[in-house]
Ligand binder design. Structure first.
Ligand code: GH3
Ligand code: MG
Ligand code: MG
Ligand code: MG
Length: 313
């Protein structure tokens, strides 16, 4: 793996992955001001199949490091400038409801320090001097647990509808059911129109509230057996079991009619929105889940390019 070393000043070092991250390798983010300790941990982790992202400067422990979505964070408590606990609070705020194991390193190893660390929200506490074999054994366990937790997280945090991971599972299930039942199902990909303008005009928080309300609107206007997932930003997917293209088209056109007449009212602002949707109905065997999504996406693109606020198949 390609790594770049940036010396900002003599004791500040950043280690970043140069190329795209290898998603198969767990990514560990280390914040440690002692460069020799940092290099030792980095080499140990890399020789055990981990990727490492690191910095020595707590003041730069910014979002851009966390945006790489590390699987585990190792944090030295005695960082210059900021205390490890301040950094811990910032990290916790940033990762919000995701589960990322945080391990605190400390040269202080008394009961009070350990209790303070656990109360502050760390998952483990490792005292210096570090036993490297024990350190790796602990990291391995934390990473296994992280993977397990991720497998069970199927709900989108913001909108509380299913997420993309769940969609992948359920769509695979729909496809295999189809082979048995030969009953058609339809996939709709929905994208809010000019949603960026909502953020730009009223702020990101208002944008978030719109997404929450939109998901709720869809959820409360479809059948219990229909499945709604948040596919990405302002894109949602609905799976309609036992529904052909015509049925799904009528349903979505009705949803669009109701939705475009809704008025969002937040503080002094009121506005209305529309969405575009693309449909794909599965009526024959042998099509892969990815191809179904792609076909719905192409129909959506068609709806967008022919004026928006419409449903295409
Ligand atoms: P179009 O009609 O072509 O779809 O235009 P658009 O503005 O909706 O599309 P574009 O893809 O340019 O912008 C999507 C916007 O959605 C940009 C992004 O900031 C915003 N967005 C994505 N996820 C979230 C989110 O979780 N919250 C908020 N508030 N905005 C989000
Ligand atoms: Mg979009
Ligand atoms: Mg778009
Ligand atoms: Mg959009």
């Amino acid at each position: 793996i390609g790594l770049s070393y940036e010396y900002e000043h003599f004791n500040a070092l950043e280690i970043k992955t140069e190329k795209n991250r290898d998603e198969n390798l767990p990514l560990i983010y280390i914040i440690e001001d002692d460069i020799s300790m940092l290099m030792l941990l980095k080499d140990t982790l890399e020789s055990h199949g981990y990727m490492v992202l690191a910095n020595t400067d707590a003041a730069n422990t910014a979002a851009r490091f966390l945006e790489a979505n590390p699987d585990c964070i190792i944090l030295n408590v005695n960082l210059p400038g900021k205390t490890g606990f301040q950094v811990l609070d910032e990290i916790k705020e940033h990762i919000a409801f995701q589960f990322v194991p945080i391990i605190m390193l400390s040269s202080e190893n008394n009961k009070e320090a350990r209790i303070a660390a656990f109360n502050g929200g760390v998952d483990d506490f490792i005292a210096k001097p570090i036993e490297l074999d024990e350190f790796i054994a602990k990291i391995d366990r934390h990473i296994k647990r992280k993977k397990l937790v991720d497998q069970f997280v199927l709900i989108d945090e913001l909108t509380q509808v299913y997420n993309r991971r769940y969609l992948n599972n359920v769509l695979t299930q729909f496809v295999s059911d189809f082979h048995r039942t030969q009953s058609p199902f339809t996939v709709a990909m929905i994208d809010l129109d000019h949603f960026k303008e909502v953020n730009d005009s009223y702020g990101h928080l208002t944008g978030d509230r719109v997404l929450i309300e939109f998901a709720h609107f869809i959820r409360s206007n479809i059948r219990g057996s229909d499945v709604i997932c948040r596919y990405g930003g302002e894109e949602f997917i609905i799976l309609f079991p036992n529904t052909n293209e015509k049925g799904a088209m009528l349903k979505l056109e009705r949803l669009l009619e109701i939705f475009r007449n809704m008025v969002f009212q937040y503080e002094d602002n009121s506005f209305s929105l529309t969405f575009s949707a693309g449909l794909y109905s599965v009526t024959h065997s042998g099509i892969l889940p990815e191809a179904i999504i792609q076909a719905a996406d192409e129909a959506l693109y068609h709806a967008k390019s022919t004026g928006r606020a419409r449903v295409e198949s």
